[in-house]
Design a protein around this ligand. Structure first.
Ligand SMILES: Cc1ncc(COP(=O)(O)O)c(C=O)c1O
Length: 302
């Protein structure tokens, strides 16, 4: 496709190179805003309604009034994909506080900024095996639930960025952060699962995690497959001595954890439960009933 991709900015579709926001936008000045990372698989936006609900929940908590109704936001996402002719894509939906003065006071920002970026993205899921990653424990602790909690999917990702940099410096793929109590929280942009004796565990919301949409779907897949999952406090010891561990997120999909800070998890390869969930999750994301169709029959014009 030679034509430049279009970005939705406040109701208009703008060429990518011309898509800009003001330097006075508090999303930029203070990380004051919320966002979602979403995937489309073969013309279906996976769990779009869940992402839209989470966006509005995040906005509610930071008292940001999203200027579009949920159905208008849904249409804006679908229209951005259609205009870019994308069937397999990553979608970044952002609502910032909008422009204000140089003070932190959000009440001076009258008009939130909404933008939607879509990019082609192929899935790593399939009948094959999950990729294996090496991770470290970060020395940074996950933000606490009564602070800048990652339960809010806000534009303030410094906690994750510091952990990710630490991982990169250590030659690892990603970092797992512990919470302020020392229990396992989550990786920089994905949730963590472990498997021990055939049973799964994943940190609960007490550990300051984002309530991942992939995490929720894996929990429901487990119940469908007859696998037990506990949402509970997980110690680093339990994670290190697990038979299997994996990361789950919209962008990461499912990644097997081979080692953490030099300790092999299980055999160091993707284990049987991780492989099974990888195959099942691949089916789920391609199930039209779990998606919002981008290309309705009557709207296929491109
Ligand atoms: C901090 C964090 N945790 C977990 C996740 C996984 O969430 P989801 O499955 O909804 O993509 C993300 C995704 O971006 C994230 O940023």
């Amino acid at each position: 496709m030679n034509q430049e991709q279009l970005v939705y900015v406040d109701g208009k579709f703008v060429e990518r190179s011309k898509a800009v926001v003001s330097v006075f936008d508090h999303g930029l000045l203070y990380g004051d805003g919320v966002f979602e990372g979403i995937r489309a698989y073969d013309g279906n936006v996976y769990r779009l309604a869940d992402h839209i609900d989470r966006l509005y929940d995040s906005a509610k908590v930071i008292r940001l009034k999203v200027p579009l109704a949920k159905d208008e936001m849904t249409d804006a996402v679908l229209e951005t994909l259609r205009r870019n002719g994308l069937r397999d894509a990553y979608i970044r939906l952002v609502v910032t506080r909008g422009t204000g003065d140089l003070g932190v006071n959000p009440t001076l920002c009258k008009n939130p900024t909404v933008f939607i970026i879509t990019e082609p993205m192929a899935s790593v899921l399939g009948p094959t095996e999950p990729k294996v990653v090496r991770v470290i424990y970060s020395s940074y602790r996950r933000d606490v639930v009564d602070g800048t909690s990652h339960e809010i999917k806000s534009l303030n990702y410094m906690n994750s960025i510091l952990a990710k940099m630490e991982a990169t410096n250590a030659g690892a793929d990603d970092a797992i952060l512990l919470d302020h109590r020392g229990f396992v929280s989550e990786a920089s942009v994905s949730n963590v699962f472990l498997v021990k004796d055939g049973k799964l565990s994943t940190p609960s919301s007490a550990a300051g995690i984002l309530h991942g949409i992939t995490r929720a779907r894996i929990i429901s897949l487990c119940s469908y497959l007859g696998l037990e999952v506990a949402e509970r406090d997980v110690t680093p010891f339990e994670l290190n001595t697990a038979d299997e561990a994996f990361l789950a997120g919209t962008k990461a999909e499912i990644l097997a954890v081979g080692s953490i800070s030099g300790v092999d998890i299980g055999t160091g390869a993707a284990g049987p439960v991780t492989k099974r969930l990888f195959v099942e999750f691949n089916k789920a994301v391609r199930n039209p009933e779990e998606g919002t169709t981008v290309y309705e029959a009557e709207s296929v014009s491109a």
